[in-house]
Ligand binder design. Structure first.
Ligand code: ADP
Length: 232
């Protein structure tokens, strides 16, 4: 594999400017970054430093005001809304602090959602979602609803859902923020396992212990990269 092929995420002098009345807020003020396949990176920094803006951009929920963002060879800034939705569905899995499961659906149905949007037939959806539930240690909970599960179990369902479309990149926003320390550690162990198996993981966190699991830590301040730490 050439280095060009192994770069999944490439930001080049990315700016994000919000207009607040007459004032411009530079939420990202010239960020250049590359993430190669298999990276596990934590994005850190004080409140207001641009972490959420960065995650929104990485997740193709927004486009840069200037500069370029290339995801798996696709120039995100030049894509329309439908193309971006397709790109998200194909290349990205999302894990949120508050799990964001659909309460009316069972564990299995929650995991199947991305597959449903990809147009898989029911039998294939079911088989794959059961495999994923097993992969995250919830094979015996597939017919339960999220409210019948602990926080750690709910986050594992959300991780299984994020994996359903076999995305190149998992984006995690404070994945342990709603969990106690021990449960949070279990969720981090699962993310580390997925990373060892080759998944690229980009995670926003403000907790140093959580970030310590990543192999790279990007510290942001005032919309810029303040410093990057390698190794764990
Ligand atoms: P963090 O996630 O690190 O707390 P954010 O990315 O949320 O930082 O915010 C970075 C800066 O951009 C802050 O000054 C914030 O007030 C501003 N900002 C974020 N989103 C918007 C928005 N939709 N409109 C205006 N300003 C915004």
């Amino acid at each position: 594999m050439t280095r060009e092929n192994s770069v999944v995420v490439h930001l080049e002098d990315v700016h994000k400017v919000y207009q607040m009345g007459t004032e411009k807020v530079h939420a990202l003020a010239g960020v250049s970054l590359e993430f190669e396949r298999g990276t596990f990176c934590a994005i850190m920094g004080p409140s207001g430093s641009g972490k959420s803006t960065m995650l929104n951009l990485l997740g193709c929920l927004d486009r840069p005001s200037s500069g370029t963002y290339t995801l798996a060879g696709n120039d995100v800034g030049s894509m329309g809304d439908n193309e971006l939705s397709e790109l998200r569905l194909r290349e990205l899995g999302f894990i949120f602090q508050s799990f964001n499961l659909i309460p009316q659906l069972t564990v299995r149905e929650n995991i199947e959602l991305p597959l449903f949007y990809l147009g898989w037939d029911a039998a294939r959806c079911e088989k794959h979602s059961l495999e994923l539930a097993d992969r995250v240690g919830l094979a015996d909970r597939v017919n339960h609803r999220p409210t019948e599960l602990s926080g750690g179990q709910q986050q594992r369902v959300a991780i299984a859902r994020a994996l359903a479309n076999d995305p190149r990149v998992l984006l995690a926003d404070e994945p342990t923020g709603n969990l106690d320390t021990a449960t949070g550690e279990q969720v981090m162990a699962l993310l580390c396992e997925l990373n060892d198996a080759g998944k690229t993981i980009l995670m926003v966190t403000h907790e140093a212990e959580v970030a310590a699991h990543a192999s790279r830590r990007i510290h942001m301040r005032d919309g810029r990269i303040e410093r990057i730490e390698e190794g764990n």
